[in-house]
Ligand binder design. Structure first.
Ligand code: G3P
Length: 213
């Protein structure tokens, strides 16, 4: 099991690293905009502190632009994974990156059929968005189950990076299904630590410790 930090915030990434919870990082334009940095600077700063894969997203939506942008991104550091929005042109670019030996992540995956095409195009990773499916009253983790089953059926090596994780339950349910990677925001990592019975148990131990002679 791998845990990535879904963030471009250096302090959030450092906090996860301190707990051994940063096997990699995923970013997207929304997360980078929150840092107030340029895309290039934000990615460079992350690569300076993360040894594992750093997923950096292209903005182009046509094959040639995606390919050129991805090549530029991959020059920043040898751990860059080129993140590409799922679309027809993105699939064509993914095939080219595969032929060049450059790792990719097909993101914004909302159906098993998209995940099949991504894998066949040679994507190294896919990012199904569970939270955004829940937002429209579909069960996001059902998609994880479908992709896990299909990839297992055909021994497909494309990694399933569960994204748009909004709660600890998304992580646990996807882990029970056997997803490869969970990309988790700092807030959810913190929520995963907590249990009210743990807090009550600690309080009781400390209270009872006052009775020591
Ligand atoms: O990894 C994708 C993630 O950043 C999107 O999350 O909560 O905006 O759907 P969310």
């Amino acid at each position: 099991m791998k845990i990535y930090v879904d963030s471009a915030d250096i302090s959030e990434i450092e906090a996860a690293k301190a707990l051994g919870l940063c096997d990699g990082v995923t970013t997207n334009p929304t997360l980078i905009a929150k840092t107030g940095k340029s895309m290039l600077q934000a990615i460079k700063d992350i690569c300076a502190i993360v040894e594992g894969p750093v997923h950096a997203e292209v903005l182009s939506l046509e094959e040639e632009g995606i390919f050129k942008e991805g090549l530029e991104l991959s020059k920043i550091s040898n751990n860059i994974v080129v993140k590409i929005p799922m679309c027809h042109e993105g699939l064509k670019a993914t095939k080219r990156f595969y032929d060049e030996g450059i790792d990719t992540n097909l993101t914004l995956i909302f159906s098993a059929s998209q995940a099949i095409l991504a894998a066949k195009a040679g994507a190294t990773n896919v990012c199904p968005f569970v939270g955004r499916l829940d937002d429209i009253s579909e069960t996001g983790t059902n998609l994880i189950e479908d992709i896990v089953t299909i990839y297992d059926n055909y021994e497909i090596e494309t990694k399933i990076v569960v994204a748009s994780i909004r709660s600890p339950l998304h992580v646990v349910d996807s882990a029970l299904l056997g997803a490869d990677v969970f990309t988790i925001p700092g807030k959810v990592l913190t929520q995963m630590e907590k249990h009210p019975l743990t807090d009550m148990g600690i309080a009781k131990f400390l209270e009872d410790a006052k009775k020591f002679t």
